[in-house]
Unconditional design. Structure first.
Length: 505
């Protein structure tokens, strides 16, 4: 059971809840805070002073005062009118992550809503009721309005949800789970809608994928180094000590560990290698820069996970209207991640080219074909990698620079963070396939080199890989091994490969 208190939610918690590995509840301390802020909201309702979204309209309609009898109707209308999402639904995991983060934000106790609102979101998670939320329709300010509205719609017993493997009306799902629809009161509709939880849920899940993918990219690059007889000199700790970017140091140390005890005589004889091409020599600089971006994203996401992002917010004796819902911190970070993963994918594609090109691959068969000419080997697999990389370059174009005014120009500078998140989700999947293609090529190249022609650690990598993706002798349909290599990487089966701490130091 993960207790939500608005302060301690982690990326790992979000991933665990998203995949149904943990149930959730609201901490007792948060119930007290939420109840206190709710009492202040109820007192403010008695006053004739206008309070945004409590007794006024929203957006450009904020100057329209509401009568007491209209307040609850307005909250329900807010939810219905903001349900403008279109396109394919977000995945079950993204929606569950979104719900967990939203409940945690409410648990901070500054939203002025009844505790039952956050508790009911937990009920949906624990019962396995997942609102159907279309992926598109958010500009990331005032937060992810449309996605969050579709979540709120299920809470009031409207719209559709998935329950026990079937999509059906939300009211039926609630009734089947023994839950009643919520009757929203003052402030509660707007408190469910304002926030960055859709883009943040995608960000957290993709960050988890990227951390796994980084290990795969490093390990695959080491396999390629061995297959191409690359020199280990560029990974020497002294080089990175005088340019100590943390990611660069980390990447070089990891590669040193993977290449330890290599049987390849790289430094003897008149034909010894002096320098490798950049795609081998500059692995720590490129991979390391991406790793630093991943670590910075984790810092940003973990702040946002425990931040109040709705509006207005309740502080002791004041209700303040601000802009914490604006997605700029996430939008910039999500765009940065898409650029970083494009770097990792691009250098991987270049390594695949060197493995296949007979003028560059150090005596390996052309295109790693058993009988070049009669067979094409992995020639077109590299074409696929190039095609995917071309798509990634488009997806790396920032969305955060593309604000378009909305809501009668009241919301005149928006983040476009949800677009950034959706682009990143696509990019991570494409990058994984590009690295999977390099992994296929590198392991096949080592097959040609012969048994024992790599380090003990990398021999174990090849052994594990071959359990899931067998080798082949003649041309075959490569879509299947590419797909299986992709699954192998996604499953994180390279993350448990250990390298010598003595070598890494």
């Amino acid at each position: 059971m993960i207790q939500l208190d608005g302060m301690g939610l982690s990326v790992e918690d979000v991933v665990s809840i998203a995949y149904g590995r943990d149930e959730v509840s609201i901490a007792a301390s948060s119930i007290e805070k939420m109840s206190a802020s709710r009492r202040f909201v109820e007192e403010a309702m008695i006053s004739s002073q206008p309070v945004y979204a409590l007794n006024t309209g929203v957006g450009l309609l904020a100057n329209i005062a509401l009568g007491h009898s209209e307040i609850e109707e307005m909250q329900v209308n807010l939810v219905r009118s903001h349900c403008c999402g279109v396109g394919q639904p977000l995945s079950r995991e993204i929606v569950r992550g979104l719900m967990a983060i939203r409940a945690n934000v409410l648990a901070k106790g500054v939203s002025g809503i009844r505790p039952v609102i956050a508790e009911r979101i937990c009920d949906l998670l624990n019962c396995g009721i997942t609102p159907v939320i279309p992926a598109r329709g958010s500009v990331g300010a005032s937060g992810d309005l449309a996605p969050l509205a579709h979540m709120a719609l299920t809470l009031i017993g409207e719209g559709d949800a998935e329950f026990e493997g079937k999509v059906r009306p939300s009211l039926e799902c609630l009734q089947a789970a023994g839950l009643e629809p919520l009757q929203l009161q003052a402030k509660e509709g707007i408190s469910l809608l304002n926030g960055t939880q859709a883009m943040l849920s995608i960000g957290c899940l993709q960050l988890h994928e990227l951390e796994t993918l980084f290990v795969a990219a490093q390990t695959t690059a080491a396999l390629t180094m061995e297959a191409l007889r690359g020199t280990p000199v560029p990974f020497d700790a002294r080089l990175h000590g005088v340019r100590p970017h943390p990611g660069q140091v980390h990447s070089a140390a990891h590669i040193r560990g993977l290449l330890a005890e290599s049987p390849i005589p790289r430094t003897q004889g008149k034909n010894r290698r002096i320098q490798d091409a950049y795609c081998l020599r500059c692995i720590p600089q490129v991979h390391g820069a991406a790793w630093d971006t991943i670590r910075e994203a984790r810092r940003v996401f973990e702040i946002e996970l425990n931040s109040a992002t709705d509006n207005p917010l309740v502080f002791d004796e004041d209700i303040l209207s601000g802009g914490n819902f604006h997605g700029a911190p996430l939008a910039l970070t999500l765009d940065y991640l898409a650029i970083a993963i494009c770097q990792i994918a691009g250098i991987s594609e270049r390594r695949t080219e060197r493995l296949l090109n007979p003028t560059l691959n150090e005596g390996l068969p052309a295109f790693l074909a058993s009988t070049p000419g009669i067979e094409s080997g992995l020639m077109i697999a590299q074409v696929t990698a190039a095609a995917l990389y071309a798509e990634m370059r488009v997806l790396a174009t920032p969305a955060s620079t593309g604000s378009l005014p909305t809501s009668g120009n009241q919301e005149d500078f928006v983040s476009m963070g949800m677009t950034s998140a959706l682009k990143l989700e696509q990019s991570v999947g494409l990058a994984r396939t590009i690295i999977a293609i390099e992994l296929l090529a590198a392991t096949r190249a080592l097959d040609f080199r012969g048994e024992g022609e790599t380090t003990p650690v990398l021999q174990e990598v090849v052994r594990r890989f071959r359990e899931h993706v067998p080798g082949w002798t003649k041309d075959c349909v490569l879509s299947t091994p590419i797909k299986n290599a992709d699954k192998f990487i996604a499953a994180g089966l390279l993350n448990s490969i250990e390298v010598s701490a003595a070598v890494v130091a």
